[in-house]
Ligand binder design. Sequence first.
Ligand SMILES: [Zn+2]
Ligand SMILES: [Zn+2]
Length: 149
Amino acid sequence: MTSAEEPMAVAVTRLRTAGMRVTAPRMALLMAVSDSAEHLDADTLRDRAQQITGHLSLQATYNVLRALTDAGLVRCTQIPGHPTRYETERHDNHHHFVCRRCGAICDVECAVGAAPCMEPRLPEEYDIQEAAVTFWGFCPDCRAAATGS
Ligand SMILES: [Zn+2]
Ligand SMILES: [Zn+2]
């Protein structure tokens, strides 16, 4: 078995478990997302997926990413001023820190451990299911660059 076969088999299983038909673009993009611990945008994922499956249009990339997100395999995060980022959905209700300067994103563990991890002031008729928190600031590199230290 070559090293490329195993992640492929994992991707096929995950697609089938989610009730999705297995197609080459879906497999390649799911592999590209799961392959990385980062939060990648559609452009970067398309580049990586194309190394597995050959040409993929940006539109097809967006369509597949949306389908994977709808199926609960991929989590997408919209950060104002940045392209949508994608990561593996782990259902862990984590939040994000975003660097104001370079746009780097890192995961912040859920403050409470269960969704929603905040008690908003809303009438009890509302059914609140989750809270998405974005922490803004400077990453260590940008902080160092700003202070010149
Ligand atoms: Zn930064
Ligand atoms: Zn994340």
